[in-house]
Write a new protein. Sequence first.
Length: 411
Amino acid sequence: MKTTSEILKRAKSAALSCAPLDTNSKNAALLNMAQSLINHTDDILAANKTDLENAAEKINEVMLDRLRLDEKRIAAMAEGIREVAKLSDPVGRVLSETIRENGLKIEKISVPLGVVAIIYESRPNVTSDAAALCFKSGNVCILRSGKEAFLSASAIVKALKEGLKKSEISEDYVNLVEDTSRDSARELMTANGYIDLLIPRGGKGLISACVQNATVPVIETGTGICHIYVDKAADLQKALNIVDNAKTSRPSVCNAAEVCLVNRDIADKFLPMLAERFKNRAEIRGDKEVCGKICSTPAGENDFDTEFLDYIMAVKIVADVKEAVAHIAKHSTHHSESIITEDIKAADYFTARVDSAAVYVNCSTRFTDGGEFGLGCEMGISTQKLHARGPMGLNELNTYKYIIHGNGQIR
C-alpha cells in the first residue's frame, strides 16, 4: 500500500515534470478513460456490491442510494467524461492583453492550478468526474474517498489509469489515497507545498473540518439547505410539480430542496395540494400555522437549519416575498433558492436580493449541476464567493499568470 506521503510526492512530481499536454492528446485520453470505464463495468459493479454490503447497516437507504452504482450510472459517468472532452480547453487562454506606453506587452494567461485534492464521501461518480475535470484542465488530482465507497473508487481509478496508459500518458495524473482513516484527510489538509487546492465534497462535518483545519487553500462546497418560495402569484400546479421534483426526485443530493416557504394568501389552497402529493412519499414538518391548516409533523427547533437529505421538507407560511427573502438570508447555506411566481416584480425582488450561488425563477433547484449547466460534469458546488461560485467546471480549476514581452525596457 502506498502511503499518503508517497502519493503526495508522486503527484507533485507529475505536476512539475509532465510536459503540458495539447488539447487533442487530452481529449483522446479522456475518450479512452471513458471507454475503459465501460469495459470495466462488471469489475466496478462487483466492487460497489461489496461496498453496499459493508455499508448496509451503517447508513440509511437514502445514503445507500448515493453509494449505489448500476450500469446506467456507470454509463452516465462515462458520458460525463466524453462531454468534458468536447469542451473548450481552458489552458492557455489569453484572458486579457495590454500594450503599455513603454512598449511592454502584458498578457494574462489561464494556467492549471497544479495539484488538486478532493476529499469526498459516498458518491463514487465523484471519482470519475473529478479526475476528468482535473485532467482536462491540466491538473494532477489526488482523490480521497470515504471508506464506504473505497472499493468502488479503487475500481474506477484502476479503469481510468488504464485509459491513460493506453494513451501513453503518465498514470500519475490520477491518484487515489489508499488510507481512508482521518489521518490521511488531515495529511491532505496540511500538505503545504504539495497541494495547490483542496476541495471537500460531502456533508457539513467534512466541509467544516476542511475549512477549519486546512492550511492549504480550500474551496468550500456547500451543504444545501435549498429553499423554494411559493408566491401569492404562483401557478399552483406548476409550483406543486416543482416542489415535488425538488424534494423527491433525489433527496440525497445537495441541490434537493429542504424548505418550502408558502405565501399566506394561497396557503389554504396550496398546502392541501402539497400534503396530498406528499402522502406516503415525504414528511412535511410545518410551523405552527402550517400545522393549523394541514395534518403535518410540527417543525422542531432546528428543522429550518437542517439539510435532511431525506424525504422530509420543512414548510413555513410567510406574509410576502420580503419575509421569504429575510427567512432565506437567515437560514440559507447560499446554495440554491427558487421563487415560483407569475409576478415579474416579485421575481425581480427575489433574484436581486437572495444571495446564493444559484437563484431560480419558476424551476427546480435540482438544476444546480455541472452537467445541467453545460459544464460536462462538476467538481462540486461552491457556496463561497472568491475564485469560484456555483457549479465548478474546467475554468474554475485554472488560475492565471502574467506573461510580459519586452525589447530591452528597464525601469
